[in-house]
Write a protein that binds this ligand. Structure first.
Ligand SMILES: *[C@@H]1O[C@H](CO)[C@@H](O)[C@H](O)[C@H]1NC(C)=O
Ligand SMILES: *[C@@H]1O[C@H](CO)[C@@H](O)[C@H](O)[C@H]1NC(C)=O
Ligand SMILES: *[C@@H]1O[C@H](CO)[C@@H](O)[C@H](O)[C@H]1NC(C)=O
Ligand SMILES: *[C@@H]1O[C@H](CO)[C@@H](O)[C@H](O)[C@H]1NC(C)=O
Ligand SMILES: *[C@@H]1O[C@H](CO)[C@@H](O)[C@H](O)[C@H]1NC(C)=O
Length: 949
């Protein structure tokens, strides 16, 4: 006989628990952050200070996007191993003295978008290993001359968007940085650049960004930039002309890339300027120029080393041959973002060796015939124009072309012959057009194509053999079309395809057949999310749809948008022997058949979140013992009990947000010995001793419990909203230990006695016991004849609390208006439970017992039945209403069998049987509550189901 000790004690202590706050946890529960692969991630958490609970072993610390206003001197004292610290987008205006002093290993520090006004002398003290520092978009106006001294190893420095204004301040910054190679000082209000103000010695700089400064005078008088290869003095369009003075002839001789965008150069200044770069310049960006562009192009193209010319945002409308006359060395020409609508046929004749031409974001309405002269072209970008049709000769001479961009045009149809000459094409981008039919354009040509993008078009049907010519294709993407039909054999010939993206179409379950997919023998990733794939039941499909995709690694089917429930056929995944990832999030999946994964032994990641699963069979996981990550958020699961019978030794990551778990037990977690990360955000926890183990575990486990600080109590009602971690469970365990300790010997004796008596005299005893109780109660209660305080006392097990509070209480109290007595709510704290129960039963007209297996297992609850039935016995009043939450077999009721024999009539109501018609159920219950106290009689007529005693 189960003594029900734990249950009883936990319920007793339940009455005097929850008083004060505990838990300043030393365990692995982080308040606002999570740890992932050695990185502490606390971004976007509304933090106002650096958290103190992050382990000192982390390598990376992300505090971006918070509300931290001050870095305190001791915020980072422990992080001697930290490599990266990101504090961008806070409101930091102050850094405590020596705050970074212990960050000896730090390599990257980001303080972008804060409010620092000044950098003090020892602000970077200790950062000797720092290589990258970013402090853009602050209010920095002044810098102490020694502030940057500790940063001996700094390689990259970004001070853009501050208010430095004077080159002298930049001098303070760089004078101590012998290894600085990349310096970004965009938009710092600089108007004059004189090299001697910056330094008189040689700099190690390779990369200097001075863009978006309104520089009026640019003068270099000494050979300080001996290593400079990249220089940007361009930026927003400017009104003034820049004075260009470079007296040291070879000062910029190593520069290969120059940006002078937005400048307005007088002809003589331009001449001097281009002369300064007449050594190794290969890339010239002249975007949004003021003044005579033709002149600038002519001058710059005399630089013999020039190969890349970028001329964006210059409002060019027409292009003809004279524009680029001297540009014979150029191999890459970028004319994007202009207003070009006409390109005369001989425009590109001069570009003997042009390899890349960008004409995107213009106003072309057809492919300019001029490109046909570019026989060496490898990349052509015609995206974002107004091209509505393609001709058969458009790409006639472009046999060397490898990448063709035609996205964001108005192409409606493509003729079969369009791509016939593009024998070397590797990548074809046709997204965001209005293509409705493929017209066999890919049936014979493009045998070297690797990537084809057809997203955002108007395709509806993919015909048989439509891609037959694309023998080398690896990636095919057709997202966001209206594909509703995949004809048999539509992927014929795509034997080298590894990735296919078919999301956001209208594909239905009938399209998912073996005949459609069997050609994709090399497929690794199949994306079918956001379609209309729904199977009605688990029945075996005549042929498994993916049976030949034995190399498939990821199958993503999330978010099917047609109405109605989906049940994957048992053999849906047959053949996917190498599947690693299966994502069936939000597919309105109804129970998964327990054999679903028998075909996918290597599965590592399973996402079945956002489905109405309510129940998962532990057997589901038997074939997939390699599972590493499991996502079961928003699945209406009542508990994690299914884990008890699984053997997921390899599971590292479990995300189970927004379910209805109230209790997490040792048994559930012990089946996941390798768990590293547990995410239970948004569950509703039971705050009583039942969760003692969970609370203690969270404090000592190696597993990271995400967001544990925000777990809140949902039951019992008077603790609703309290933080779970604030629950004091000290009394739960102390009580049990103490009582166990002092009563062990008594218990043994008692047990023997009880066993003896139980065996020989049990029913006599029970009867005597109840008579005795009756006697006591009669005296205690009958004399007083108390008025009934409640309409009914509800007796239930904690596990069924969810149903009671979700269904029963709202129905009976709020809709039918009965007054109920619930032990969590209405019991007097401090009083012995037995007294509370007896009082409750006698103070209520009826007793409703909510019966489930758990209820019957709990000795305590069944005592409530006994007490109530004794009242019938005693007072000749039928007070008992039994509500069965589960279908129970007769043998499960056997302990009560004899008791039932003592009684004549009981009222039974069955919730599962009433499921088709819950209203009838509630009506019967209402009538049962309404009837008088006489035993038997008309009560029988009310029963939904009657059991024979
Ligand atoms: C600093 O960097 C050097 C070279 O990368 C490395 O050898 C040294 O261990 C680093 N110092 C610390 C304290 O991490
Ligand atoms: C460079 O030399 C000039 C003239 O000698 C001097 O005025 C200037 O301050 C020096 N620049 C720096 C950064 O020391
Ligand atoms: C340029 O292309 C046009 C049209 O294809 C052709 O007639 C002309 O001969 C080509 N010119 C050169 C120099 O290749
Ligand atoms: C298909 O891929 C294999 C392996 O990558 C390669 O050897 C073969 O040449 C490819 N077939 C075609 C037609 O490109
Ligand atoms: C669970 O799996 C481990 C290793 O995979 C095995 O040793 C153990 O016997 C399994 N336990 C059960 C109950 O199946």
């Amino acid at each position: 006989m189960d003594m029900g000790r734990n249950g009883l004690f936990s319920r007793i202590s339940f009455c005097f628990v929850f008083t004060f706050m505990i838990n300043t946890c030393a365990g692995f529960v982080l308040k606002d952050c999570r740890i992932s692969r050695g990185a502490a991630i606390c971004s976007a958490s509304k933090l106002t200070a650096v958290p103190r609970d992050i382990p000192a072993t982390v390598k990376s610390f992300d505090l971006a996007v918070n509300k931290i206003s001050k870095i305190r001197a001791d915020d980072f004292t422990n992080y001697t191993l930290l490599l990266q610290l990101d504090m961008k987008r806070n409101i930091i205006s102050q850094i405590g003295k020596g705050a970074f002093a212990n960050l000896r290993s730090l390599q990257k520090l980001n303080l972008n978008n804060n409010r620092l006004p000044h950098l003090e002398e020892d602000v970077f003290h200790g950062l000797s290993n720092l290589t990258e520092l970013r402090i853009t978009s602050n209010y920095i106006k002044t810098v102490d001359s020694n502030a940057f001294k500790p940063l001996r190893n700094l390689n990259i420095l970004d001070l853009s968007f501050n208010r430095l204004q004077h080159l002298r301040t930049v001098h303070y910054v760089i004078q101590h940085l012998p290894n600085l190679q990349f310096l970004f000082v965009k938009k710092i209000g600089l108007t004059i650049f004189r090299s001697w103000e910056l330094t008189n010695s040689t700099l190690s700089l390779a990369y200097l960004d001075l863009s978006q400064n309104d520089i009026d005078v640019f003068s270099i008088s000494a050979n300080i930039f001996q290593n400079l290869t990249w220089l940007n003095i361009g930026g927003a369009p400017r009104k003034h002309k820049m004075l260009w003075k470079v007296s040291e002839e070879k000062a910029l001789r190593r520069v290969t890339t120059l940006d002078i965008g937005g400048h307005h150069l007088a002809q003589k200044d331009a001449t001097v300027l281009f002369q300064s770069f007449n050594f190794s310049l290969s890339t010239l960006r002249m975007n949004a120029m003021r003044g005579n562009l033709r002149e600038l192009i002519n001058m710059s193209c005399t630089i013999p080393t020039l190969t890349l010319l970028q001329l964006r945002r210059n409002s060019l409308r027409l292009v003809n041959s004279s524009l680029f006359q001297p540009c014979t060395t150029v191999t890459e020409l970028d004319l994007g973002d202009n207003l070009i609508f006409n390109i005369s046929n001989d425009s590109f004749v001069v570009f003997l060796g042009l390899k890349s031409l960008t004409l995107s974001q213009n106003r072309l309405s057809f492919v300019p015939p001029a490109v046909r002269n570019l026989t060496r072209l490898q990349e052509l970008d015609l995206s974002s124009n107004n091209i509505s049709s393609l001709g058969c000769q458009d790409f006639a001479e472009l046999g060397k072309l490898q990448v063709l961009g035609l996205y964001q045009n108005k192409i409606r149809t493509i003729k079969q012959c369009v791509f016939k000459d593009l024998t070397n094409l590797r990548v074809l981008k046709l997204q965001a057009n209005q293509i409705t039919k493929l017209n066999s354009a890919f049936k014979r040509y493009l045998s070297n194509l690797r990537q084809l993008k057809l997203d955002k078009n108007r395709l509806t049907t993919i015909e048989q053999g439509e891609f037959e010519g694309l023998r080398s294709l690896q990636n095919l993407s057709m997202m966001n079309n209206q594909i509703s039909q995949l004809k048999i054999g539509c992927f014929l010939g795509l034997t080298n395809l590894t990735d296919i993206l078919l999301q956001s179409n209208e594909i239905q379950a009938t399209d998912i057949t073996a005949a459609v997919f069997s050609d994709l023998v090399n497929l690794r990733r199949l994306f079918l999310l956001d379609n209309r794939i729904k199977f009605k039941n688990h029945s075996v499909l005549p042929s498994a749809p993916f049976s030949r995709l034995s190399r498939l690694e990821a199958l993503v089917m999330a978010g099917q948008h047609s109405r109605g429930r989906c049940q994957f056929p048992v053999n849906f995944l047959q053949g996917l022997t190498n599947l690693l990832i299966f994502d069936a999030r939000n597919t309105q999946l109804f129970p998964l058949h327990q054999d679903t994964f028998t075909y996918t032994p290597r599965l590592q990641t399973l996402d079945i979140s956002s489905n109405e699963l309510t129940d998962i069979s532990p057997r589901l996981f038997d074939p997939i013992q390699n599972l590493r990550s499991l996502y079961i958020s928003r699945t209406s699961l009542q508990s994690l009990d299914f884990l008890k019978d699984t053997n997921l030794t390899n599971l590292e990551f479990l995300q189970a947000r927004r379910n209805q778990y109230s209790v997490i037990t040792k048994e559930q977690m012990s089946s996941l010995p390798g768990l590293v990360y547990l995410d239970l955000q948004g569950n509703s926890f039971l705050c009583d001793c039942d969760n003692t183990w969970f609370l203690q575990w969270m404090n000592k486990t190696e597993t990271q419990v995400f967001d544990a600080y925000n777990f809140v109590c949902n039951y019992p009602l008077h603790l609703k909203g309290m933080k779970l971690l604030d629950l004091d469970v000290g009394s739960c365990s102390i009580d049990i230990e103490f009582i166990l300790y002092t009563s062990t010997s008594c218990a043994i004796l008692l047990f023997q006695l009880v066993a003896f008596t139980y065996h020989f005299l049990r029913w006599h005893l029970a009867y005597a016991y109840h008579l005795f109780l009756a006697f006591l109660n009669e005296r205690k209660y009958q004399d007083k004849q108390p008025e009934c305080l409640y309409d009914a006392f509800v007796s239930y097990n904690a596990h069924d609390e969810g149903w009671v509070f979700r269904e029963l209480v709202p129905k009976l109290e709020e809709q039918q208006g009965w007054k109920l007595c619930l032990h969590h709510r209405d019991f007097e704290p401090g009083k012995p439970v037995i007294e509370n129960v007896t009082e409750a039963i006698y103070a209520s007209r009826k007793t409703i017992c909510v019966i489930s297996r758990k209820y019957l297992e709990s000795e305590w609850c069944s005592r409530e039945i006994q007490l109530a039935s004794f009242r019938l016995f005693d007072e000749h009043k039928d007070v008992l209403i039994l509500v069965f939450l589960e279908d129970l077999d007769v043998w499960e009721l056997s302990p009560y069998y004899r008791m039932r024999k003592l009684l004549k009539k009981w009222t039974f109501l069955s919730w599962p049987k009433a499921a088709p018609c819950p209203d009838l159920f509630w009506e019967k219950l209402r009538q049962a509550l309404k009837t008088g106290d006489e035993a038997g009689g008309e009560l029988l007529l009310l029963t939904v189901e009657e059991r024979d005693a």
